[in-house]
Design a protein around this ligand. Structure first.
Ligand code: PEP
Ligand code: MN
Length: 356
C-alpha cells in the first residue's frame, strides 16, 4: 500500500500541522486566521462548515457559504484547505470548491452506512481523506471505515486520533486510549496517523503534553483547533488556542529525526518507553478504579455487618488470576506478589470505610 505518498510528496521537514478554527464563522475570521498561520509550520487550514453537534441548538455551522471563504484563504495564503464532510451532498459541494483534504468526523465513522455513502461519493478521487476515530473505542469500526475508502479506490488516506467518549467525566473531554492508535499503527504502519489534541483535551492547558506524547509515539502530524480569539469562538471555545500559541508550541515540541543508526536506536527506544508509559498510566487508573469499588464493598459490608476478610472469595480470585497470568506469560510468583499487595490495599480501603 502506498498510503503515505500524499504525505511524502509534501516534503515536509517536520510532522504535518493542520490548524484552524473549529468552525468557520465569518469570511473575516477565516481569512484572519489563515494569514496568521501563513509562513508557519502549518500547511493546512482546517475549518468546520457543517458542524455535527451532539445536542441540537448549538452552532451548526455556516454551511456551504463557508466553502468560498476557505477557497479564498487558499488563493490568498497558499495554504491547503480541509473540512469535514458527513454525507454525499457535502462531498459534492466540497469537491466543487476544491477542498484539498476532507475529513470524516467521529460521529460519522461510527456509521458504516454513512461511511459507505461518502466512500461511494468519493470513488477514485485523488483528494486526501482523513478518517477520525469513532466516538466509541472500537478499532475494528475505525479500520472498517479505512477499508471502505480504500476499496472505493481512495488511495490518499490517513487517520486522525481524537479520543473516545466515556460516560464518566475524566480529565479529558475524550479519553485518548493510546493503546488503540498504537495497535492501529502496528497493524498499518503505512497509514499516516495524526493527533487531534483539541478534541481529546477539551481544554487548552494539556494540548502541548498530548502533542509531545504523540510525537514520541511517532505520529505523522497534528490537527489543532486555532482561533485568534478562542474564548469567543462560536464552538469549542475552551479548547482552541491562538495561532501565536501554536507557533510557540511547534518550536517547543521535541521532534525526533529519523536518521542515522544511533538516532534510530534512540527513536525506537523512546517509542517503546512511551508505550510503557501509556500502559503504566492505564495500570494506575485501573488500580484506582478497583479501590473505589473496594470502598463500595466496604460500605455494603458495614451496612450489613459482614466481616471484611472473605477467605473463600479471595482464594477464588487468586486461583483465577494465576491461570490468567499463565496465559499471559506471567509467573505464579509474580501474580501472588502483585495480588497480595492489591488485596492488602483493598482491605485498607475497606477498613477505612468501615471505621469511618
Ligand atoms: C471537529 O474537528 O471540529 C469535530 C467536530 O471533530 P470530531 O468529529 O472529532 O468531534
Ligand atoms: Mn471542534
Amino acid at each position: 500500500m502506498k498510503l503515505r505518498n500524499w504525505l511524502n510528496k509534501m516534503e515536509l521537514t517536520h510532522p504535518i500541522v493542520i490548524a484552524g478554527p473549529c468552525s468557520a464563522e465569518t469570511e473575516e475570521q477565516v481569512l484572519k486566521i489563515a494569514y496568521q498561520l501563513k509562513d508557519t509550520d502549518t500547511s493546512v487550514l482546517r475549518a468546520g462548515i457543517w458542524k455535527p453537534r451532539t445536542r441540537p441548538g448549538n452552532f451548526e455551522g455556516v454551511g456551504s457559504l463557508g466553502l468560498k471563504w476557505l477557497q479564498k484563504a487558499k488563493q490568498e495564503t497558499g495554504l491547503m484547505i480541509a473540512t469535514e464532510v458527513a454525507n454525499a451532498n457535502h462531498v459534492d459541494l466540497a469537491l466543487k470548491h476544491d477542498i484539498d483534504i476532507l475529513w470524516i468526523g467521529a460521529r460519522t465513522t461510527v456509521s458504516p452506512f454513512i461511511v459507505q455513502e461518502i466512500a461511494d461519493a468519493l470513488k477514485g478521487t485523488d483528494k486526501i481523506v482523513l478518517i477520525k476515530n469513532p466516538v466509541n473505542p472500537d478499532l475494528a469500526l475505525w479500520l472498517g471505515a479505512v477499508e471502505r475508502f480504500y476499496e472505493s479506490d481512495v488511495k490518499n488516506l490517513g487517520v486522525i486520533h481524537r479520543g473516545f467518549s466515556t460516560y464518566e467525566k475524566t480529565r479529558y473531554r475524550n479519553n485518548p486510549e493510546w493503546q488503540i492508535p498504537i495497535d492501529l499503527q502496528t497493524k498499518f504502519p503505512d497509514l499516516p496517523l495524526i493527533l487531534d489534541p483539541s478534541h481529546i483535551a477539551g481544554r487548552r492547558d494539556i494540548i502541548f503534553d498530548l502533542c509531545q506524547t504523540a510525537l514520541d509515539l511517532n505520529y505523522d502530524g497534528l490537527m489543532v483547533e486555532t482561533h485568534f480569539d478562542p474564548d469567543n469562538a462560536w464552538s469549542d471555545a475552551a479548547q482552541q488556542i491562538t495561532p501565536e500559541t501554536l507557533k510557540q508550541m511547534t518550536v517547543n515540541l521535541r521532534i525526533r529525526k529519523q536518521e542515522g543508526d544511533a538516532v534510530e536506536f534512540k527513536n525506537k527506544l523512546n517509542t517503546l518507553r512511551t508505550k510503557i508509559d501509556v500502559l503504566d498510566h492505564q495500570l494506575i487508573e485501573s488500580l484506582g478504579k478497583r479501590m473505589k469499588i473496594a470502598d463500595d464493598i466496604g460500605a455494603l459490608k458495614k451496612a450489613n455487618n459482614v466481616a471484611i476478610l472473605q477467605t473463600r472469595r479471595w482464594n477464588e480470585v487468586l486461583g483465577k488470576m494465576i491461570l490468567e497470568g499463565e496465559e499471559n506469560q506471567l509467573s505464579e510468583e509474580f501474580i501472588l506478589k502483585i495480588f497480595k499487595a492489591i488485596h492488602q490495599e483493598s482491605i485498607n480501603h475497606q477498613k477505612k470505610v468501615m471505621n469511618d
